[in-house]
Design a protein around this ligand. Structure first.
Ligand code: AMP
Length: 225
């Protein structure tokens, strides 16, 4: 068969949408493993930059601590760079990006320039009361970044990481004031993406409640559509 007769392969280029605390991070990692493609988290990229005290990290930290969005040009630059790497050429799961309409437009542009497009935007649906409870109880290891929940996934010894013995901390953007700010930002700046993707026939809603395994199975189904 000549090359131009081959069916066009649909790369699993996916976006995970949802409010903070919906489980995007955990589920993006699992789904990426299931599909054999890399997961890209803009939040992780910024946290790494902060840990390494780079100029970008210093610029992002103030916004993150207040639960505000890092400005679009910075985030879009980061994602454009990440999507240019060879390891994402067969697909990717984007977690935490896009968070604004200009970011979604930029993603469309970046992919189009590579002759690609988005396969789906999957919205993890979780009621607001549940996301508040999830975030408020979350604790993170200051050394290895493993995450726990004081009620749903507690460490064996309170305040200590099971994996490496490091001290568990509450991330500054998981303090109550920052959580309220992040939810307000989500409603104002990110939720409009739901109708934006719906209009393009790219949106799939997935119930984000219940055991992580059940959510992961629903996501695998949604990604295969
Ligand atoms: P996350 O881990 O995805 O919740 O991101 C943590 C924080 O990083 C957010 O509250 C923002 O301050 C910043 N951030 C991550 N992704 C983006 C994005 N796409 N646009 C703007 N800010 C972002």
């Amino acid at each position: 068969m000549a090359m131009n007769q081959l069916p066009r392969v649909k790369h699993p280029n996916l976006v995970l949408l949802g409010p903070p605390g919906a489980g995007k991070g955990t589920q993006a990692v699992r789904l990426a493993q299931d599909l054999g493609v890399p997961q890209l988290s803009t939040g992780d990229i910024f946290r790494n930059a902060i840990a390494r005290d780079t100029p970008m990290g210093r610029a992002a930290k103030g916004y993150m601590d207040q639960g505000q969005l890092v400005p679009d040009p910075v985030v879009i630059g980061v994602v454009e760079e990440a999507l240019g790497r060879p390891e994402v050429s067969a697909g990717f799961i984007l977690d935490g990006f896009p968070r604004t309409v200009p970011q979604a437009e930029a993603l469309e542009r970046i992919l189009a320039a590579q002759g690609q497009s988005l396969l789906r935007a999957i919205l993890l649906v979780v009621p607001e009361a549940a996301v508040v409870e999830r975030i408020a109880g979350r604790r993170t290891c200051g050394s290895c970044q493993a995450t726990y929940h004081v009620i749903h996934a507690p460490p064996k010894k309170a305040g200590i990481c099971d994996r490496c013995g490091g001290m568990l901390i509450q991330r500054s953007d998981e303090m109550p004031e920052a959580v309220a700010a992040r939810l307000a930002v989500y409603h104002r700046q990110t939720e409009p993406l739901v109708s934006w993707y719906q209009q393009r026939d790219l949106l799939t809603r997935v119930d984000g409640m219940g055991p992580p395994e059940a959510v992961a199975a629903r996501l695998r189904n949604a990604a295969a559509l």
